[in-house]
Design a protein around this ligand. Structure first.
Ligand code: LLP
Length: 423
């Protein structure tokens, strides 16, 4: 069951009324359901275990960039999750949330020496390497610590994952990975470096992928490479298949079923003895969160019905950055007979692009009404900023009817206190 539902005409999260939450906290505020987070994780785990068998070695390494609040990471950690991190900041978060190095994968196209060194000290299970120079530097640092860094190369298979170009990563015109044709050679080179131990292959072709076809094509390329590397004497024990599983944002279409994804994994990799690593982000957290916001003002202008709300593009950037759709619903359920109006839900920021939803069909809305921006649990709070000198939005997690503040509102006064007027 999804954690957000109407009860007695009011939107609830895990049985807590959003009207009650609003009485205690000022909007805008992110609200997560611990139940939904857990259910999403378990749904993926169960689908994989049903197809691959419970004993098949695997690791779900939650991709922390989707929602890096330590409380969220900790919920997943308790379910057995590992983590995919892309900076020392994310690494610090997952360590704080209780995940050990042996379940941490370090990804990222521009890791600094300092970050590589910190990750080596944290004994991460795998570095996903994206260039020869990164490999050489890692080897040097590892050797100086008398260590061997476990590595996989992130291979760029030159496959278009579909979806928005800003989040597609597997094509030949992106900065990511090692070109597929060079893969065999880079593995040969890595074999002889003193501070390196080759352990795996990694791919990640993009995000919000809603069709299985690009995965199929990419996995085929991984399999071909795997066979060649084994023939060449490499000990490939990990296959990191990346993230990217798409979800519905409330539009009228359904992405592939998670069981079909698991079927594909079984078909391609089920007979191999490698540990299969998955790096889901959005699939785990997106529908486990909403952004609660209040209407400041109704405004009609020319033929538009604007709802100016107290959340803005600094709080939820996806619609402005990717033209992404997030369904917006009212906290008080619309009655069936009520007339519907098409609104543009916009924020108070001084930019035309400060749009939260281009078309929300809602019943007659009054100033002060509460709205929920759905599917905001992934790439929501993590991408927020204080543009227009607005506070940084707080985060709340509901756990068994209990309201937990998991990030306090960061006030503009706090941020100003870091600034200084020189003499
Ligand atoms: N692994 C790697 C190496 C990644 O770069 C990403 C996401 C993931 C895993 C997780 O992907 P997911 O399962 O969440 O699709 N801000 C954009 C999404 C950017 C994704 C970046 N990489 C958005 O709001 O749609």
């Amino acid at each position: 069951m999804n954690g957000f539902f109407y009860k007695d005409g009011v939107l609830h999260v895990d049985d807590v009324s959003l009207l009650d939450i609003e009485k205690q906290f000022t909007t805008p505020v992110y609200i997560y359901s611990k139940l939904s987070l857990s259910n999403n994780y378990k749904a993926l785990e169960e689908a994989l275990e049903n197809k691959l068998g419970k004993g098949h070695p695997k690791l779900i390494a939650y991709s922390v960039k989707a929602n890096s609040n330590i409380a969220v990471i900790n919920v997943l950690k308790k379910l057995g999750s590992g983590a995919d991190v892309v900076s020392s900041g994310e690494l610090k978060r997952v360590i704080k949330a209780g995940i050990n190095g042996e379940k941490i994968v370090f990804s990222g196209v521009g890791k600094t020496k300092k970050e590589l060194s910190f990750a080596l000290d944290s004994d991460v299970m795998q570095f996903n390497i994206e260039s020869i120079s990164e490999l050489e530097i890692l080897s040097e640092i590892a050797s100086s610590k008398n260590k061997k860094a476990p590595i996989a190369f992130r291979i760029n298979p030159d496959i278009d994952a579909g979806g928005h170009e800003k989040i597609s990563t597997g094509g030949s015109n992106t900065k990511f990975g090692i070109p597929y044709k060079q893969a065999v050679n880079v593995y040969e080179y890595a074999k002889n470096l003193p501070g390196i131990k080759v352990v795996g292959i990694d791919i990640h072709i993009g995000s919000q992928i809603t069709d299985l076809e690009p995965f199929k094509l990419a996995f085929n390329k991984v399999l071909i490479l795997y066979q060649k590397l084994i023939e060449n004497g490499h000990n490939i024990i990990n296959l990191d298949l990346g993230g990217g599983i798409g979800i519905s944002y409330g539009e009228n279409f359904t992405p592939f079923d998670i069981n079909d994804y698991a079927d594909l994994i079984k078909e391609k990799f089920g007979s191999l003895e490698c540990k299969l690593i998955f790096e889901p982000g959005r699939y785990i957290t997106a529908n486990a969160g909403i952004l609660l916001t209040k209407v400041i003002r109704n405004k009609e202008s020319y033929n538009n019905n604007f709802l100016i709300v107290d959340a803005a593009m600094n709080d939820i950037l996806r619609p402005a950055l990717y033209d992404a759709y997030h369904e917006v619903i009212t906290v008080v359920e619309k009655k069936k007979e009520q007339e519907v109006i098409d609104y543009q839900v916009v924020g108070p920021i001084c930019e035309t692009g400060d749009i939260i939803c281009r078309k929300a069909s809602l019943s007659n809305i009054k100033d002060g009404d509460l709205l929920a921006v759905k599917y905001a649990g992934a790439y929501g709070a993590v991408m927020s900023s204080y543009y227009n000198s607005r506070d940084l939005v707080p985060e709340i997690m509901i756990n068994n009817k209990k309201i937990n503040i998991i990030r306090k509102r960061i006030l503009i006064e706090d941020l100003i206190s870091y600034e200084n007027i020189p003499d």
